[in-house]
Design a protein around this ligand. Structure first.
Ligand SMILES: [Zn+2]
Length: 189
């Protein structure tokens, strides 16, 4: 909890604790505080022992983060939007081992680009669906479909940055592929 408050302070954003969430518009009584507290409530129908449900988890984390960029560090936007590009546009399969590889790639990438900022869409203009809408789902299938729709809406709302993140995603895939190839060569020797 403290983390997101610190980040908001750093970004000079005042957090409101009444009414709808000021960033995504989710219909709560205690604003963004309720939005952060209840974010997981909509994921209860997912089964995280089932590998096929993992991608929904990643998509939901990305969608929620990109609806609340004011309470994250700015490079988080690069991470989450690039991952959406890889999963939604480039149809990459994703698992828990792939995320740290993307983080490593971005850590290296950002060193040469201290002034690269993504253009952040206005609050309440980052997709109509929110994490709260997931709580209306009555089956895991419905929940998965809803998360996909939510992630697509959020991804679309960041469209002015798609060309940047698509290039990052291509660089990441090249790097991953080359590393794997090198690894294989070494192993075969
Ligand atoms: Zn929110």
């Amino acid at each position: 909890m403290q983390d997101f408050i610190d980040q908001a302070n750093k970004n000079g954003v005042v957090l409101l604790d009444i009414g709808r969430c000021q960033f995504c518009g989710a219909d709560y009584q205690n604003g963004v505080f309720a939005c952060m507290d209840n974010y997981n409530n909509g994921l209860q129908l997912l089964d995280f022992n089932n590998f096929e449900h993992h991608v929904s988890r990643f998509l939901s984390v990305d969608a929620h983060a990109l609806q609340h960029p004011e309470v994250h560090g700015r490079w988080s936007n690069h991470f989450h939007l690039t991952r959406l590009n890889l999963i939604l546009d480039k149809k990459q399969t994703w698992d828990y081992k792939t995320s740290p590889l993307l983080s490593d790639y971005l850590n290296h990438y950002k060193q040469n680009r201290p002034n690269e900022f993504l253009e952040v869409p206005k609050p309440l203009d980052r997709g109509k669906l929110t994490a709260k809408d997931l709580t209306k789902a009555t089956s895991s299938y419905e929940c998965i479909e809803q998360i996909k729709k939510w992630a697509e809406e959020v991804y679309h709302s960041w469209s002015s940055n798609h060309s940047i993140v698509s290039q990052i995603a291509d660089g990441f895939l090249d790097n991953k592929y080359n590393r794997k190839t090198q690894g294989r060569k070494t192993t075969n020797r």
